[in-house]
Design a protein around this ligand. Sequence first.
Ligand code: NAD
Ligand code: SER
Length: 321
Amino acid sequence: MGKDVILVTGANGQIGGVLTKALREAFGEQRVIATDIRKPEFPNAPFEILDILNKERLIQLIQKYKVTQIYHLAAILSAKGELNPQFAWRVNMEGLFNVLEASRLDQIQKVFFPSSIAVFGAQTPRINTPQDTVLHPSTVYGISKAAGENWSQYYFQKFGVDIRSLRFPGIISHENPPGGGTTDYAVDIYYAAIKGETFTCFLRDDTQLPMMYLPDAVRGTLELMDAPADQIKIRTAYNLGAMSFSPSEIYQSICLHEPDFKINYAPDFRQQIADSWSASVDDSQARADWAWKPKYNLPAMTEDMLYHLRKKQNTPEQNFS
Ligand code: NAD
Ligand code: SER
């Protein structure tokens, strides 16, 4: 770990902001180079502007900092991707190719590439979705992640690039806002509850989806990346589970703390996307291979989210919106 230098793409995003902090705690502030297409609000450690479509700049940064590991988070998510499919395909696929090629040419030791429950489709078994299953995704985002999983395995088998991947469920956090996914309602609902607003949910009340609290996702990522290479048996992407709930169930869990909170439902185009995804996933392979175990369930997450959001709301210099 001592000499590793890590480059994070998409470091200003919902996951990237918190994962970069965790990596800096583990590896040292100066050894983690945050990059993104947009500047961070408070740059206080190594940061470089990087459009992941610019392969020359990526290679330049790898050589400048003597990078040994890449966490490739930059992507266009499911709902935003449907608004401009060709652009989403380009960012997600060409971006990944640039990372894979740079990793091969510069002999990067390890790469992390997050996949998603969006790789599943209407023909996939919805309950306890198996690790190996039908992948006919319905969104450009899901198609890019399914292709990305296969390209990751290809680069591992053909060129020995040690690339590791997780199929993240919907991620919930109180820090950086989400960037345009179908599961974003499960973050927005907490903000509405804290502000005393009625929440309008863009999914139907009974739409079950797999979800995860960000601290679990970050810990899972670090544990996967820290595991000995011979324990990583899946070189496409591991199913990763924590909890599953519907809008009505998360609403009820919030009402235990905020009894006057109100919700209504106005499903939009994101309903069709959610209906094509799993309700829950079988992550037994991740549990067996590298001892994955989530810590947060819905009640524990709700308590922690509300605690942190109330604190943020009462801190004048924090941007609470
Ligand atoms: P996000 O949208 O919050 O962040 C993505 C970041 O990428 C943003 O900061 C954005 O500025 C940056 N970016 C966009 N285009 C770029 C480009 N051309 N070059 C460089 N940077 C660019 O996303 P997130 O939720 O933090 O997701 C991170 C990764 O995890 C993504 O690959 C996503 O597919 C995956 N993932 C996320 C979730 C989730 O629920 N958040 C679930 C499954 C998988
Ligand atoms: N949370 C993500 C999305 O909704 C899943 O990858 O796009």
